[in-house]
Design a protein around this ligand. Sequence first.
Ligand SMILES: [Zn+2]
Length: 487
Amino acid sequence: MKHKALTILLFGSLTTVLAENPKPMTEKDYLQLIIDNTQPLKFKRGDRLPLYIWSSRINSITDEGEIESLTTALNERGIAVFSSWSAGNQQSIEQAIRQARIQKKLGLRVSVDATGAVYSFCDGSDPTGHVAEDGTKFFDTSFASYRKMGCPFAMEDRYEPMRQKLVPFLEAYKKEGVPLDLWTCDWEIDGPIEWNDAWANSKKCTRCREKIKNLDDFTEFQTELRKIRSHMQKEVFTKTIQKYYPDALIGNYGVYPHDGYRCWYDYFEKDVPAAPAQTYGRARYRKWAHEFDGTGYTFSMPVVYTWWDIWTWQDFEVADYRWFYNMLLVASNSGKHTKAETPLIPFVHYNTTALPAAGAPKDLVPMTEHAYKELLWHMLLRGHDTFAMWCPRNELVQESQLVQEVYAASLEFGEFLSKGTPVTFDVPKPKTDKDAPAVVSALRMGNKLLVRRTDFTDLKDKVTIEIDGKQLEVSRLDGKCQILELK
Ligand SMILES: [Zn+2]
């Protein structure tokens, strides 16, 4: 997530102004934009998870009739409303309870974004610092100027104060008798992270040197840090929520099961060239620790964004395939390694993400809307359950439309999506840079398959995929799913 934009979304004074609109937009105006630009669902949602739109939240409206009608209109479109938790803020508790009461009355899930209540372990206090040779404390500010990242081995005294940011909300929910079905947050730049100057700083810290045996081995450094990072999330977030709501879905931005490699960079991460990675073109897919299991999280939350630098990694002449290839790689990695019983709720974003201050590379061709919607379909057919769409507010209309159209249309195949098993996670590499292969994804239920094929060239031939030793021929069918039988 882009932190600055997020801050505006969550706590901003709502003075963002659309260019053509001289009046500041209110929170209600933004929600109405989503409602006006999306269609009510045609197909029943059944037990499928709702669509999560990150800015679908009601923080500033206290009139319960108004909250109910907005919540209802969004629900008719499949869209959930989040409650935002803001620590140490009584009004935030009252508003969260108000929203939850209405959702309970309407029979809807109660979903929480606790980003405002999960910062910061690294509060910049002296005890959290790294220890220099002369005994003085020092911090790492290479992730963000506003965050003094401390010593990974000095975090435990922060656990209890951090728990106490969540407890007043949980107590209030219990007292009110309202459910809490999904708890998530965007907890990113805080706690131990191995990138940027972290490794160099740990080498200067006497405590880190003592605690990590082979500090010169990046993988060992990474493993140790991620173990602590997982422990923090489990002890403070997961266990605290589960004490009150043992069945809640719990997850955090960017934490998901995978194959040991990460195929994307967050906006604040700078690579460490000596760190191990797999390469393809100019891409460096970094070796990554298995942090998900240690957190105790109950849903998986990968990040499938159009990060701008993806454009620069390959020389594929089919512009869309540069984006599609990488994003499907991330989606397939999490789809393949997340257990079937663990919900997979990916963050998604269409418009080119986190462009550098100097602007986009001159030759950058953004992903087309068509390719993005196809990508979303393939994600659903590779084990993803719904989407969590993040975007800055000026992109809200377009981003909401794109993701909601696919979500709503997918409900036609609800049974496949609920009961089907993905049959392929293959992400084909083009044979040459001039080429782009057809991509096939499918969900299997018995001998029936829900199949999506996407083409990027004028290829007319059938494509064959192998399932359990049987061959399935898939004809080209643009923009539609097909139901095929495995013979
Ligand atoms: Zn240290």
